[in-house]
Design a protein around this ligand. Structure first.
Ligand code: F6R
Length: 242
């Protein structure tokens, strides 16, 4: 576990973007695991800047996103497909046909999950997986539970997760109740994992996840079993890390 705490945003973003850019420079056909949410946005901005300066190309890369809401039209501004197009894909040279986001509008969700997992198997393993962390310790949408699911599956979102995401919608009623998510097993297969957390409200869960016991009641704590995890924190999120 490699935990870095940064005094300023720019250094954190440059370090995260630097890891991704170096991977693509040495392995242009790399498979990237991408996350939505506010945590990776600064890193995506930095990658866009690096791409505009000709420092990094995504032309041959593949990507897999962690999750997507169920029942939200793909074209909805808050779908994770729209988020990725807006925050990254539309501004870089990635081939959209090589970008994978689960289809939350699929009529057969079980078949969609099985197909997503098969695509991950065929193109994987993911070379570098970006993760945020929920206030309750979720990674992707693997919520705290007595048992976790290894592979891509449909999940009921916890009320606290819907509340946390309500800030992106006009009201809590608009927040979907289900999502398709990669499982913890699919995530842990990545060669390297880059987890990002910012802000004081993440400090306690960061302490639990990386300094506490490995437990399904904090899914992020399973990352302690992975041999190559880099954690990038701002000063506030890292304030309880000893
Ligand atoms: C997003 C995802 C979620 C978020 C987490 C943190 O694709 O899978 O697990 O990473 O909810 O969200 P933010 O970064 O908005 O605090």
């Amino acid at each position: 576990m490699n935990i870095h705490i940064f005094e300023n945003e720019e250094d954190l973003n440059m370090t995260g973007a630097g890891l991704i850019a170096s991977l693509l420079q040495t392995k242009p056909r790399a498979v990237l695991g991408l996350a939505t949410g506010s945590s990776p946005v600064g890193i995506y901005k930095q990658l866009i800047t690096m791409h505009q300066k000709g420092l990094v190309s995504f032309a041959q890369a593949h990507s897999f996103n962690l999750d997507e809401y169920v029942g939200l039209p793909t074209k909805h501004r808050e779908s994770y497909r729209s988020f990725m197009n807006e925050q990254l894909f539309n501004h870089i040279d990635i081939d959209l046909s090589r970008t994978n986001v689960p289809n939350g509008e699929a009529s057969d969700l079980a078949a969609e999950c099985a197909d997503y997992e098969r695509r991950l198997e065929d193109l994987g393993p993911v070379d570098l997986q970006i993760l945020g962390i929920g206030h309750n310790g979720h990674i992707a949408f693997n919520e705290p539970a007595t048992e976790l699911t290894a592979i891509t599956h449909v999940v009921d979102l916890k009320e606290e997760t819907r509340q946390a995401n309500a800030r992106f919608f006009d009201s809590i009623d608009e927040v979907p109740t289900q999502a398709i998510t990669m499982g913890v097993g699919s995530i842990l297969k990545a060669k390297q994992i880059l987890l990002i957390a910012r802000g004081e409200e993440k400090a306690e869960i960061i302490r639990e996840a990386f300094m506490g016991p490995i437990t399904t009641s904090c899914p992020a704590s399973l990352l302690q079993c992975h041999p190559n995890v880099v954690v990038l924190l701002d000063r506030a999120a890292g304030s309880l890390v000893r």
